[in-house]
Every structure is written in structure tokens, then in C-alpha cells.
Ligand binder design. Sequence first.
Ligand code: GCU
Length: 652
Amino acid sequence: MAAALLIFAAGNLFARETVTLRDGWEFRYGWDFAASRWEKISLPHTWNTADKESDHPYTRTMGLYRTSFAFNPSWNGKRLFLRFNGAATVADVMLNDRYVGRHKGGYTAFCFEITDLLERGKTNRLSVRLSNAETSDVIPLTGDFNIFGGLYRSVELIAADKVCVSPLDYASSGVYITQTSLSDEKAGLSVKVKLLNEERTEQTVSVEIDGRRFTGKGVDEAVIAAEIENPRRWNGVADPFLYTAVVRVGNDKVTETFGVREFSVDADRGFFLNGNPIRLNGVCRHQEREGKLSALTEEDHLLDIKIMKEMGSNALRAAHYPQAKEIYEACDREGLLVWAEIPFVGPGGYDDTGYLPSPYLHENIRTQLIEMIRQNYNHPSIVTWGLFNELKMSPNPVPFLEELNRLAKEEDPSRPTVAATNLLASEPLTFVTDLIAWNQYLGWYGGTPAMLGIFLDAVHQRYPELKIAVSEYGAGASVLHHEEAIRKPQATGKFHPEAYQTEYHIQNWKALKAREFVWGTFIWNLFDFSASHRTEGDRDGINDKGLVTHDRKEYKDAFYFYQANWRDDIPVLHLCEKRFTDRGKKRIFVRAFSNVGKAELFVNGESAGIAEPDDLRCLIWKNVKLNEGKNQIELKAVDGTAADSCVWNFKQ
Ligand code: GCU
């Protein structure tokens, strides 16, 4: 067994050391015992990359991981911990053939102390039995996404002094920074530091913020009052200003970034950040992509955030589960407002239930909620904790949801709770969380986009106290599918023309944009994603409602509709259906998006007229004549700031 290559994080040898166990792992399937074909791998890893994208079911099984590492003499006298940032889904950890612990949940970190299990001066053998098989006591029980198995986020070895900031409090950093007051003159903070303290003597804990040092004392925890003079607020994409808190106790040091801000949600006027109204122009994102699936690197996560910013989005619903810390950290830096949620997911329109009133399941849901909140407590970007998605009323989840809501508010009184529902507003589960949002697909699964405004107005009128958002809306599209007519395809069909998705989003956004009481909207989905049970669109196993393809290579036309409407800092002039190269009609409908005003269309150098953007920044030419053969299409902004072009072929 190859010893793991120990990557030492930079840092003072006398302080905490964190080692990433990335290389030198081996993997095999549990059922592979006869062959024991161990494969050399590095983390992050998922065994589902061995599946075909269209496999249904995809492989849900027991995977075995093992690695080894030498005992580092600098660890003498220290406490050693193993931290897993994400392992799907049920993990049993062993070290040197002794049992370390179990964790149930595929999206939150977990941390075990291994000090007494280490063998000094020897090679230490770490192994993990990990199952992504279906269960009845770990959420999610169901859902329109794949639960890829594996050690798909990083694994770290932490060496800290005998008196240290605890890494064992639900695998959080052990540092909780709560804003107690905020004015232009001062931000008041309360910094709670959880300690591991073998000496059991009172410890002095210090926290440095913005050049000032504050101290407190405690045995198992210290609560330190701190303040920032003339604070600079974390202000979303406009000014995502972050502070750093350096916490020290004994020889240990933990650094956390945070932000100060205030926000509220009004049932009539929507979301306010630092006293200013801001509409959450959001997107939803699953944590996987073609090829790598869930085994994403930091670069992969950062690319997704970059694409969100490129479109002009200012908010992310990290659906349907706690996502990698790299995502929340990037949202802190970039100013995206985040809806974080636990994977308490119902079956949507399918015949199943994501819930059973089992004490075992309840215990897991509580634990995953506490883990999500404590591990992500200091992120200024997170503004709400999502408790569930599309639960049904039978078995009745409301009594447990009310308990869960209370737990969330005990854990974190500073953030409202939220949920996504697809039931009638009159259902009791509408009224559990502080905020409520609907998953609506009017114009895709049924109905028409015009019905969205009617629905929202009816709910707002009937329940004016509800703080309403739209947590999902979307339609499928293939970048390979085109037709001249713009008409709704069959949602479960194989043909998903791109132009209908574009039309769907224009009509839905028209309804959403007009309603100030809707505090946020979240497009489902920014990216195509894996859903093994689906056999629609241009390939099986994919939910193709993304505005960007699964490989992140192709941006669908609807992406540019939002970019033209949500960005004014760059010129946007986008000609639609450039991929629809072989046209079927001599006279065609042409659409474009522009945030640079009027634009003129040319066919083989001849003007087809100047169009002016409507209030959704759409340009339309209804009756453009194509010539036989090749048509060089040019689109030019009248003010000269942007252009686009393509070739359309026409044959009688
Ligand atoms: C539901 C569900 C999503 C699902 C989406 C869809 O609203 O919350 O997880 O992917 O619908 O049908 O595409």
C-alpha cells in the first residue's frame, strides 16, 4: 500500500498543522472481495465515474478506501484529528484496524480524534467503508439527482496542541462569530470559541480583528466581545468586503473570515441588504459535472461561481444539500447571496416520499442541520437556511418540521429559515419557515408561463404575511435540437428544442420581474445535471434544464437573455439560434438580446432592418428572408459597441 503523500499546509510548526491526504489512496468495491482489485486513486474520487451516464440505476454500493501515512515526529505531544469534508454517504472509519467512528450524510464534513489510535514510529493504516446505497435513516431518501458515492471532497489530518480550538464541534472550525450590533460607527461582535483543553485550567483566548485584539477566558469555551470601528459592510456583489478573525489559544491558531451586514425580508417589498432593496436574481446548482461528477476540484467549484457572475446572477440556491466550503467561500468573496439547505428532499412529481416519521431519520436530519449551520456559520453570503424541498403532506411532516425550524433558530437566530414547496399555499407546511418559496414549472410540465403571475398574486393576496420567493423555475433544452416553430415540446420527450427554453424563460421572467413582493427567484438550473431516471432530451440520464451544458462548454441562448437583463457593466448583444445552422424556411423569425440598445441585422451584407429592445431587452425580426444556400448573418449594435454573427444555410 503506497504511503499517502503528505502535503503539509504552510504554517508555523508550533501551531496547528493540516495535512491533506490527497494521493496514495486505493479503492475497490466491497463486492469485489474475491478479486480484491485495488485501484490506485487520488482524492477527490467517486466510483460512479465508472458508470455510463445513462445507467439507471447508477452504482449504489459499498466502496472501500485505504491509505497509509507515516507518523510525523512533530506530532508528538499533539492531538490528532481526521477531518472528512464530504463522503457519500455512510462512512465507517478505521485506523490501524481499530474503529474510529461512523458518519451518516453525504454533504457535511465530519471529524474524529485519532490521537490514541496512532502508532508512533510506524506506518499508520487508514481505511474507510463507504456506502451510497439507499437507506431509510439518512437524508436524502429520494430526489431528482444522483447520489454519487465516494470520498468526493478532501480528507485532512489535523495536528493541534493539547489545548486548542476544537475541531470536534460538529466538524465546525470551532469559532462562531455573531454580529450583535451594526451602525456606521461600530459593529458589535460576540466571538464564541469552543476549546479542547486537557489541562482543564482556565485558558485565555484572543481574537484579532481589523488590527485590534480582544480577549476572553474559559475552560471549554470562551465568549469574547469584540467590535469594529467604522465597519465596512459586506454588501453583496456591490462590495463583498470581508474581515479576518485570528483566534489564538496557547499555541493554537485558527483564522476565519466573516462579514458584517444586515438584511431583512419584507412581504411586500422583498429583500433588503444593508437597508437597500435587492432582488435575488438567483440560480440553482448541483455539485457535479460531466466526467468528474461530484469529485470536483476547487477550480471546478470556482468555475461554476465564475459562470454565475458572468451571467449576472447575484444569488445562489445551493440545492439540494450543503455544498463544498469552496463554494460558500467563493460566494463570500464574490458577493453572491446564498440559500443553503439540507437534503430533506421529497419526490417532486414522482410517486414516492422523501420522509418517514422515523426517530432514526429524525435524528439524522437534526444532525445534518446542526452540521450545516455550525460548519457554515461565519459565511456572510449565507442569508437563509433551507429546511426542505418538495415534501408531501403524507406522511405528515409538519410536526417534525416545526421542531426542525425551532432547532435551526436555536442554532442561528441571525438567519431566517426557508423552504421550497410545490404544494398549494393552503397546505400547513407553507407556514412553518420564516420564508417560503415555490418550485413552479408553468409552461413546462403544464400550464402556461402567464399562470405564474396569477399564482403569485393569488398567494400574495390570500396570505399577505407570507414572504414569497420562487425557488425553482425552468425548462429543458438541447443545444442540438432546433425547429422553426417556437412551441412547447413534451417535457418527457426526446426532443427539447433550445428556442422553447428561451421563450419559457422570457415569459417567466416577465411575470417575475414585475412582482416586487417576490424576494428572490432561482433558475432551475444553471447547469444540466445527472438524473439517472430521466430519459428525455438529447440523452438519457440528464436533467437538461440547465442554461449551461453538463460539461460547462456550451451556454444556451437563455443564458444570454439573463445576461442582457442582469448586466449593464459589459455590452451584451446576442444573436439566438446560431447553432440552428440548416434552416427550414425561407422567411424566419430572428431573436436577439441587447443591453446596448438598437441593433441592425444584415443578411449577406443586406440590411434586414433595425430593431429596438423591448422592456426585456429582446430584439425581434419577424420575417427575415434567407437566400438559397449560405447566408452570412451579421448583427451590429447601432452604437457600434457590440456585434454578433453566424451562418444560416437555406435550401428550398
Ligand atoms: C423539482 C425538484 C428538482 C427537480 C426539478 C425538475 O422541483 O425540486 O430537484 O430537478 O423539479 O423537475 O427538474
